[in-house]
Design a protein around this ligand. Structure first.
Ligand code: F6P
Length: 289
């Protein structure tokens, strides 16, 4: 197929599509149906996360459009699949960033904070933090106590090393913190997250007197060439999605369960947000400080 030749090492989209909410527009779903019919499209394979697949599921359930879902998000937060593609690439980029920050942390004896994405799930922070040897990992699933973070910072300096803190964009301190972007909503009504890293920078510097700097990785985590794991997973999802379309199994989604690809109901895809379990976070806590 010449249309897809050479796309394995490419990130992002070759169609130029982006996350958008067809239900936010009057007559959006009907226009999609018309456009698909006019273009002679037999079925739509929707590739994305919670929002894209939520909209895809509604297009199938409420408008009987022939849709199959494929789970792709760096957040890895879809309950129906063990992994989404994009996640492995994002955590490797974040891990490499942390690896590079160790140099400055150690030579300048500063507290370095890395803010990573992930929305309301701490998967990126957890995996990148553990793989990069972070001294503290803060995730949305567990509110953090700034004083306790400062104690851990002190403990790290006492061992003659400087601390690296990985904070998920959705992490919140006890008592809450105004998100810098809280007034900005996207087409799905989600708050734009971000800002906790710089907030924490100010708090730690004020409370400990130690120079503290935050790095916000942002969309860097979503770009570049995919890892081998993501390429294989995306290719396998693609194969199974085509088979499902061939068999007319509309309204389903490909999911990774263990090492097998299975088909699940598309409604299941977004039914439950998959978050970092307490027991897993406890494993990372062993290395804090
Ligand atoms: O869902 C993927 C994701 O990258 C989240 O981790 C992040 O909060 C969000 O998208 C950012 O979206 P946007 O670029 O539209 O602000």
């Amino acid at each position: 197929m010449p249309e897809v030749r050479g796309i394995l090492p490419r990130g992002g989209t070759v169609l130029g599509s982006s996350r958008t909410n067809p239900f936010a527009d009057d007559g959006g779903p009907a226009r999609i149906a018309e456009n698909l019919a006019a273009a002679g499209v037999d079925g739509l394979i929707a590739i994305g996360g919670e929002d894209t697949l939520g909209a895809a599921s509604r297009l199938h359930e409420e408008h009987e459009l022939p849709v199959i879902g494929v789970p792709k998000t760096i957040d890895n937060d879809l309950g129906a699949t063990d992994y989404t593609f994009g996640f492995d690439t994002a955590i490797n980029i974040a891990m490499e960033a942390i690896d590079r920050l160790h140099t400055t942390a150690d030579s300048h004896h500063r507290v370095l904070i890395v803010e990573v994405m992930g929305r309301h799930a701490g998967w990126i922070a957890f995996h990148a933090g553990l793989a990069g040897g972070a001294n503290i990992i803060l995730i949305p699933e567990r509110k953090f106590d700034v004083e306790q973070v400062c104690d851990l910072v002190g403990r790290r300096f006492a061992s003659h090393f400087a601390p690296i803190i990985v904070v998920a964009e959705g992490a919140e301190p006890e008592g809450g913190v105004p998100s810098a972007e809280a007034d900005k909503l996207d087409a799905f009504g989600h708050v734009r997250l971000g800002g906790v890293g710089h907030w924490l920078e100010g708090e730690i510097e004020r409370r400990t007197g130690k120079e503290t700097r935050a790095t916000v990785l942002g969309h860097v985590q979503r770009g570049g060439t995919p890892t081998a794991f993501d390429r294989v997973l995306a290719t396998r999802f693609g194969l199974h999605a085509i088979d499902a379309a061939d068999a007319g199994k509309w309204g389903t989604m490909t999911a990774l369960r263990g090492t097998d690809i299975q088909l699940v109901q598309l409604t299941e895809a977004t039914a439950e947000l998959k978050t970092v379990p307490e027991s897993l976070y406890a494993e990372a806590e062993v290395f804090f400080g």
